[in-house]
Design a protein around this ligand. Structure first.
Ligand code: PLP
Length: 397
């Protein structure tokens, strides 16, 4: 079957809620994906950083298969022998006391919002239904009604209202705006240390540190959405660490499963997640043994293969290569580790298409930005190869 056949099926039967590049992937291994005609592509998106460990990593694959032979789902009506060890390993690795496992990233963000409100009422003493959470312009935290309700993107919201109240939008990267927005009812500041969907935008140096001290001073929880930036993507375990900040709440997802399965979690100390009582929250699949076994293997691969150092070193190398490109189209190159945004002065889509034709998969984000986020197992030689093609397409007329 050729690509066109599958594209037609998608167009006929799938809601048109995406605008994908027309490449129909049949299999993948490591940094490489293969389409239905046997063409090979270097994946420079990593499913929005869900496959930081590389596609179908053998260690995670074997753990998944072994667990599939045992038990996949118990629901949390009963206990299983994978969730506890998974959360212990996750907490020890990240330095938090407790975790609440969910599936998608958006569910973990919703969970963090619930946890922050609960903490606000039960610990901080905010009056009933008055809790406020501060968020940033340009944010991306997922697609549920509550989450899009506090997006600044009109396209995410149009005709989906009414929305959940209790959120305050402020400019990203502006600590004075944060201070001005804090009231006695503020329970949390929810922020991405680097805005991924917003176009790989890093705030000014010192911003997160200032935000952390403002939050501490006003008894507000600092909640970092590290779903895309976490687990090594930016050259640290969490992007917050670039400023030495330890958020009160960290939200993880995507690479927590290495792309095998939706696995997400909220991490905090006992003061926050310790407030949850039976019946307060739940998910049929959250903490399931298959997801937990996959999560354990995914974390093991990050550590065993030293993917965080790889991201830091190879990211610096890749960025350096891109910075040498002398193209009039380039406005700015930014990012940390293997999380690089190349902002163009013109729409980026046709460059993404030209790169696909040369065997490199990237996706434009925010119209004019090409995001380069290959699996962290990429080699220097593969980066060299990719950089040559990026240079060639950015020299097109
Ligand atoms: C992808 C993403 C989410 C949402 O995760 P889903 O699994 O798609 O629900 C939330 N926040 C950030 C920063 C993300 O990149």
């Amino acid at each position: 079957m050729n690509s066109q056949h599958f594209i037609e099926l998608d167009e006929t039967y799938s809601a048109h809620n995406y605008h994908p590049l027309d490449v129909v992937i049949e299999r993948a291994e490591g940094v490489w994906v293969y389409d239905v005609s046997g063409n090979k592509y270097l994946d420079c998106l990593s499913a929005y950083s869900a496959v930081n460990q590389g596609h179908s990593h053998p260690v995670i694959r074997e753990a998944a298969i072994a667990q599939m032979h045992k038990v996949t789902l118990t629901s949390r009506a009963f206990r299983n022998d994978q969730m506890g060890p998974f959360l212990k390993e996750l907490c020890e690795y990240t330095g938090y006391e407790m975790a609440l496992p969910m599936n998608s990233g958006a569910e973990a963000v919703e969970t963090a919002v619930k946890a922050a409100r609960k903490w606000g009422y039960e610990v901080k003493g905010v009056a009933d239904n008055q809790a406020e959470i501060i968020v940033c312009n340009g944010n991306f935290h997922g697609r549920t009604i509550t989450i899009i309700g506090f997006s600044s993107e009109e396209a995410y919201k149009k005709n989906f209202g009414p929305f959940t109240p209790g959120f305050i939008l402020i400019p990203y990267g502006d600590a004075a705006a944060l201070e001005a927005a804090i009231t006695p009812n503020t329970v949390a500041f929810l922020v991405e240390p680097i805005q991924g969907e917003g176009g790989v935008i890093a705030p000014p140096d010192g911003y997160l540190q200032e935000a952390a001290s403002l939050c501490a001073r006003h008894n507000v929880l600092l909640m970092a959405d590290e779903i895309q930036t976490g687990l090594g993507r930016t050259g640290k375990l969490f992007a917050s660490e670039h400023e030495g900040v330890r958020p009160d709440v960290v939200i993880v997802g995507k690479a927590l499963s290495g792309g095998f399965y939706p696995v997400s979690a909220v991490l905090t100390d006992k003061e926050v997640l310790g407030l949850f009582q039976p019946g307060d929250h739940g998910s049929t699949f959250g903490g399931n043994p298959l997801g937990a076994a996959i999560g354990r293997a995914a974390l093991k691969v990050i550590q065993d293969e030293d993917l965080i150092s790889r991201s830091r070193e190879l990211g610096a190398y890749f960025k350096g290569r891109l910075e040498r490109i002398e193209s009039d189209y380039i406005k700015e190159i930014r990012g940390k580790g293997l999380f690089i945004g190349v902002e163009l002065k013109v729409p980026a889509r046709r460059f993404a298409e030209a790169l696909r034709d040369r065997g490199i998969l990237v996706k434009e984000t925010h119209e004019t930005v090409l995001r380069f986020a290959p699996p962290l197992i990429i080699t220097k030689e593969e980066i060299d190869w990719a950089a040559e093609h990026v240079e060639a397409v950015l020299m097109m007329d």
